[in-house]
Design a protein around this ligand. Sequence first.
Ligand code: IMP
Length: 191
Amino acid sequence: MKKIVFATNNSHKLEELRKLTEGKIEILSLKDINCDDDIPETADTLEGNALIKARWVKNRYGYDCFADDTGLEVEVLNGAPGVYSARYAGDGHDSHANMKLLLSNMTDKDNRKARFRTVVALIEGDDERLFEGIVNGLITYEPKGTSGFGYDPIFQPEGHDVTFAEMNAEDKNSISHRGRAVAKLIDYFSL
Ligand code: IMP
């Protein structure tokens, strides 16, 4: 069976991918290939960071690989926090501080339009491919709900009157940015 590395140690993402590719592709994690490198994410685009991670694994470990990178892009803030979503309020990945800063930067803004965008970079042999998943929505005025992670409590996807944090994981995954990018990747693998 074809083996491919998913350049992540996020167990939720791995689990999801393994379920979707069961019997078709064997998905290895960074741990499975004994990689505990702190891979630098120094690009200023999602595409750039996803490629850095996938190329790192391909070049140093020799495996075909895919990697993902996600950002929340707010229209009235010219696409911020975007590629800097994880560290919008500074280093340390504190979702609460990130949401607080975003809401305070939007206090007087009527335009609440935003989107989550995920880019998956796939490297097979010499071939590099990108897959994109987008979900449009609105930034709420205050956090609502307790499920999920990151900016979920302040993001209301288009066509819904609840935030991602008020949805269960299955419903969120079926419409989410990452769900959509991964669906394209799985489609490509099924060819
Ligand atoms: P990553 O590229 O998947 O690590 O995502 C970067 C950052 O974007 C995370 O640290 C979160 O702040 C945010 N983010 C990514 N995906 C989601 C999501 O599904 N919901 C809420 N926030 C997310």
